[in-house]
Design a protein around this ligand. Structure first.
Ligand SMILES: *Cc1c(COP(=O)(O)O)cnc(C)c1O
Length: 399
């Protein structure tokens, strides 16, 4: 097999010009320790066995690849398949990398794992993994978000996580990041800051990708076994980019397979209310790494918006930036309205309620399938289930 892409990232954590460790020297030393520990532990059979066992018997892997026959018939054109990450324990792909990071924290003898959360999805997945592995977990969350996302707050509390309500600034995600980071730098040697996507300073984009790459490994094998060929197109939504890079990695050498990342166009690319980093961003530095980011000329981060709170992030994982520049992955944007339409259509035609994040990928597949021949196949990563979004959508559409 021709391996046309180099091993990524390089030793310094760069994917081409993106990624790296744009952080103070003290913190760089800490990140290098994490990187060394990760490289050491991932080569051990015990670590791989434990992770695989958890994936199989705890998460419920492999998640199925499902042929969405009724959705395909409704749209006409290419057949649409779904990789069912929504069926994982806790309802999304995030558990894959949270388990990996919790095991790493235990291996490194960390005394506390901490993180911020916006809508609470990362917080719940991390609190779950920490409960399982037996490590104290601390979640920082803006009080505005805590009011909005009460069920997730309750879940994190039940799972034994310490909730830190953040009252500074806008009392939302951005301030929760600052609050969690302030706590982390009090003792970075003994704490692990568990990052929620394939973003942040090296080694996090690599580590999170490695833990998520189980999605594409399974999906490629499952699709081949079932169809005796590869899909023509693979689609995933992109916030920070963890579910997408997890899905894409195994397909990167398959040049005939088109890879499409779908980002949120929100209320439109011509409005300020979007989070279309690839479509509208410029090269910059965010959260300790280089990437495309929604920033002004002075590097100030712009406010972002999406109907799917898991996608409203002003940056994007460094490997995605590289894959975009070399043309291996194409990035498209889908609006809130298209997302809502896909959410309701998949629910009513297939009986599958998708997360609003995942509905972005479904919406793109629905759009493009119509323009493709019926002998073509599109594989969509259904990153999570939509229970969390049900009340919001019902209110919004006045169902
Ligand atoms: C958090 C989340 C996302 C966005 O995160 P990525 O790192 O871009 O994958 C997508 N889908 C679901 C269901 C999520 O919970």
């Amino acid at each position: 097999m021709v391996q046309s892409l180099p091993e990524m990232p390089d030793k310094a954590g760069y994917f081409g010009e993106y990624g790296g460790q744009i952080i103070p020297p003290e913190l760089k030393a800490v990140m290098d320790k994490i990187s060394d520990a990760y490289e050491e532990v991932r080569k051990t059979q015990a670590f791989q066995d434990e992770l695989q066992e958890l994936y199989a018997y705890y998460v419920g892997r492999p998640s199925p690849v499902y042929y969405a026959r009724r959705l395909t018939e409704r749209q006409g054109g290419a057949r649409i398949f779904l990789k069912r990450e929504d069926l994982n324990h806790t309802g999304a792909h995030k558990i894959n990398h949270c388990l990996g990071q919790a095991l790493l924290a235990r291996f490194m003898g960390k005394t506390k794992v901490l993180a911020e959360t916006g809508a609470g999805q990362h917080g719940v997945a991390l609190a779950t993994a920490c409960a399982l592995v037996g490590i104290p977990c601390e979640i920082h969350m803006g009080v505005v978000d805590m009011k909005k996302e009460r069920p997730n707050v309750t879940k994190m509390q039940i799972l034994g996580a310490t909730m830190v309500p953040v009252t500074r600034g806008t009392q939302t995600l951005k301030d929760a990041v600052d609050s969690a980071f302030d706590e982390y730098i009090k003792d970075p040697v003994n704490f692990l800051y568990a990052i929620g996507s394939a973003v942040g300073p090296h080694p996090f984009p690599k580590m999170v990708r490695d833990f998520q790459s189980i999605i594409g490994k399974e999906a490629r094998e499952q699709f081949l076994a079932r169809e005796k060929r590869l899909p023509d197109m693979v689609v995933a939504c992109v916030g920070g980019g963890s579910n997408a890079i997890g899905m894409f990695t195994e397909f990167l050498p398959d040049e005939a397979v088109r890879l499409v990342g779908v980002e949120p166009a929100g209320k439109g690319l011509d409005t300020p209310d979007n989070a279309a980093t690839m479509s509208l961003g410029r090269k910059g530095v965010l959260h300790g790494y280089r990437c495309y980011a929604l920033q002004d000329e002075n590097g100030n981060t712009l406010p972002v918006y999406s109907i799917a709170s898991g996608l409203d992030y002003p940056g994007v994982g460094p490997q995605h930036c590289y894959l975009r520049d070399i043309g291996r992955v194409q990035y498209e944007a889908v609006t809130d309205d298209e997302c809502l339409d896909a959410f309701l259509t998949l629910s009513r035609v297939e009986g599958i309620i998708p997360a609003l994040e995942s509905a972005h990928a479904v919406a793109y597949a629905m759009k493009v399938a119509k323009e493709m021949d019926p002998d073509k196949a599109i594989l969509v990563n259904l990153s999570g289930r939509g229970d969390k979004d049900a009340d919001f959508v019902a209110g919004k559409l006045a169902l």
